[in-house]
Write a protein that binds this ligand. Structure first.
Ligand code: SAH
Length: 280
């Protein structure tokens, strides 16, 4: 039996839009606010990264509108989607805008919210578990670990034009970011790895590629900066995939809890067999 939702969760009022994160895929990673929205919405406007398991939790009779890319057909542009949200709210519907991960992490949630502000449509923002944190946790990779890094840098490998973003200072990142998490990196992984190596990172530095994190067909490739692009191709890694670069990747030997459920033997100190990372 599913327990009732807690009392005092907000009501999704007619004419409102809830800009909601759906998490990386596993419906168990939804927030109670997201589930509450799904249980009240008249229409759910969802992206490609929102899985069937999440959509199945929508109220019976709730309309589902797909707003992502569909093979062969032109995908709706961002202004199209914002316009559609405004239109649905204007019809007095209770609108749940559902996005993969967190709406404000490479999700254009800010753009949609600002369009709602301009149109005076009332809205609420419901954060979600982002792929670069929760998705990596499903691969047994913490994005920070006291022994390895006190900072983490999150990047997109894909700018507005489709190329590697032009505004990334690779030298600064290579020098100052002990752990780098890259979203949307698969297409340009060779380019990204080459830029980081050219900027001073070691070709032997550990890298994990995590595809379809938290879903039943999650796949993880442990590799190195020098070999990651070739290994991604060889392993036929599919999008969506998140990339982690840095010493934290080695912790997977001890923290791959999903692997352990499937029978993998974990090691309590994944660093024991190698030299500690040089400090300072
Ligand atoms: N708002 C989303 C990110 C959208 S950008 C979030 O917070 O997670 C799309 C990118 O997110 C993908 O290219 C991939 O890098 C990452 N991503 C989203 N879901 C993922 C998943 N289940 N497994 C691996 N990567 C994922």
């Amino acid at each position: 039996m599913t327990p009732d939702l807690p009392k005092n969760l907000p009501t999704l009022e007619p004419g409102w839009v809830w800009l909601t994160g759906a998490g990386p895929g596993d419906p168990g990673l939804l927030t109670l606010h997201a589930l509450n929205g799904l249980s009240q919405a008249d229409v759910v406007v969802y992206d490609a990264l929102v899985g069937a398991g999440v959509l199945d939790l929508a109220r019976r009779g709730c309309r589902r509108e797909y707003a992502g890319k569909r093979g062969g057909r032109p995908s709706p542009t961002q202004p199209d989607i914002s316009h559609r949200l405004i239109q649905l709210a204007g019809e007095g519907l209770r609108v749940l805008r559902l996005k993969g991960g967190d709406p404000f992490v490479f999700g254009r949630g800010g753009e949609e919210a600002l369009a709602l502000v301009a149109a005076r449509v009332p809205f609420r923002v419901i954060p979600g578990v982002t792929a670069g944190i929760g998705g990596l946790a499903y691969a047994g990779i913490p994005i920070t670990h006291r022994e390895t890094n006190s900072a983490v840098t999150i990047l997109t490998g894909h700018g507005a034009t489709g190329a590697v973003p032009a505004d990334i200072d690779w030298r600064a990142i290579a020098a100052g970011a002990p752990v780098i998490v890259v979203y949307m990196a698969l297409k340009h992984l060779d380019d990204i790895a080459a830029r980081l190596i050219a900027a001073g990172r070691g070709a032997g530095e550990p890298v994990a590629i995590v595809s379809k994190a938290s879903l039943a067909d999650q796949k993880v490739v442990e590799t190195t900066l020098g070999a990651c692009a070739g290994d991604a191709t060889a392993a036929a890694i599919e999008a969506p995939a998140i990339i982690a670069i840095g010493e934290v990747v080695r912790l997977r030997g001890g923290l791959d809890w999903l692997g352990a459920i499937a029978g993998r033997e974990l090691v309590a100190d994944p660093y024991a067999t190698r030299a500690r990372p040089a400090s300072g």
